[in-house]
Design a binder for this molecule. Structure first.
Ligand code: NAP
Length: 360
């Protein structure tokens, strides 16, 4: 298979560093461009991230020698040197929308970690195991942008990457009617470490700006349908969420309560989870977990620290399935927020786009 030349915009940040690390060891991708703000531009990448390299693996030498470009002013050069870019910039929403669209209009596909375009009608927001068919909207988006290759595709918010996979294989067959979720989210989701966020030690903060709305609404876009060149969100199930920041470095956990119009048995739920497999598994994409949903029988699992790295942080862990007194069932879900929930999920999406010919 040919190697795709890849750039990362926002490469010096926490998510950008995760992209750089994943691309560096990727069988299909070769990192050729790194870009960030004008503060970092013009310097070797090693110098631009000096004192703020947050990954556990050391910075690869060859990557360290790449000269950081300015994501905003060097678009021409970057777009002509890559097959596509990953976006992980931290800017105002309208600035990110304009920047990502500028890359797309330069015929450079953008796979974005950012939320800015998640509600743009013709931008697919995809969890590859759940709604790969939404990529078909790219044809309509290209027509709007007037591009041949260029488009934007995004991944969904990290909070929902644990419970939506568990609800998905049950949703249609058993007619999922409503869900209540409480999430317990790691500090890396705020771009923080224990050193930079001392207030979280011995603490729980019951507020994450914008997160509850995303947790309630984004699943409905994932479960939506394409109509007249737009993705129309699903009208059900109804989801209510509370999102808390907890003193964990990585890993978002969710306590889930769910009710169905056709209540399944516990064995039926366990069977659907065990046998759920999506297009990434069928295509054997390099970052796809072999078993997307792992169920733990132990009463005290999954645990954030023990289970977040399952299948390189790309699988979802589920446990404690039991009947509830007010909803039909309750259970616990866990996923790695910066791997499956951020850069890893975007890399898997890019693999799917390559496998389906969108990057050619
Ligand atoms: N952390 C997570 O787990 C997570 C999960 C989901 C989504 N997100 C989202 O992903 C994005 C990145 O998050 P992060 O935690 O990696 O942020 P971060 O560590 O603050 O990094 C931000 C990146 O954006 C660049 N940047 C800032 N202003 C810019 C500008 N005007 N032009 C070009 N580049 C600019 C920075 O470059 P300099 O180094 O040159 O300043 C840096 O590379 C954010 O939008 C965040 O909301 C994060």
């Amino acid at each position: 298979m040919k190697k795709y030349k890849v750039g990362v915009i926002g490469a010096t940040g926490m998510v950008g560093q995760r992209f750089v690390t994943l691309i560096n060891q990727h069988p299909w991708f070769e990192l050729t461009e790194v870009a960030a703000s004008s503060r970092s531009a013009g310097r070797p990448y090693s110098e631009a991230v000096s004192g703020r390299w947050l990954m556990q693996s050391p910075l690869p030498d060859a990557v360290g020698r790449l000269i950081v470009k300015c994501a905003e002013t060097d678009i021409d050069e970057i777009a002509s040197n890559v097959d596509f870019v990953f976006s992980a910039v931290d800017m105002k929403k309208n600035e990110i929308q304009a920047l990502e669209e500028a890359y797309a209009r330069h015929e450079c596909p953008v796979v974005s970690n950012n939320s800015a375009h998640r509600w743009t009608d013709d931008v697919p927001m995809v969890v590859p195991e759940i709604n790969p068919e939404h990529l078909e909207i790219i044809t309509a988006q290209r027509a709007r942008l007037g591009t041949k290759r260029g488009f934007i595709a995004v991944k969904s918010n990290c909070s929902l990457q644990s419970y939506v996979p568990a609800l998905h294989p049950l949703k249609d067959e058993f007619k999922l009617s409503k869900a209540l979720v409480c999430t317990y989210q790691a500090i890396s989701g705020a771009g923080k470490t224990f050193e930079t966020f001392p207030d979280i030690v011995d603490n729980v903060i019951p507020y994450i700006g914008g997160e509850e709305e995303k947790s309630e609404q984004e699943p409905l876009k994932l479960w939506g349908t394409i109509e007249d060149g737009k993705i129309v969100k699903a009208s059900s199930p109804s989801i209510t969420a509370q999102c808390f920041r907890v003193a964990c470095s990585d890993g978002h956990m969710a306590a889930v309560f769910a009710s169905f119009d056709k209540k399944p048995s516990k064995d039926e739920i366990l069977d659907r989870w065990a046998n759920f497999s999506g297009l990434p598994q069928k295509l054997q994409l390099p970052s796809a977990p072999k078993q997307f949903i792992h169920y733990f029988d132990e009463a005290d699992r999954p645990q954030t620290k023990l289970d977040r790295n399952l299948e390189n942080g790309m699988a979802v862990s589920v446990g404690r399935l039991r009947e509830d007194t007010q909803y039909d069932y309750k259970f616990v879900c866990l996923s790695h927020n910066t791997l499956r929930g951020a850069a890893g999920g975007a890399v898997l999406l890019a693999e799917l786009l390559c496998a389906q010919g969108y990057m050619d």
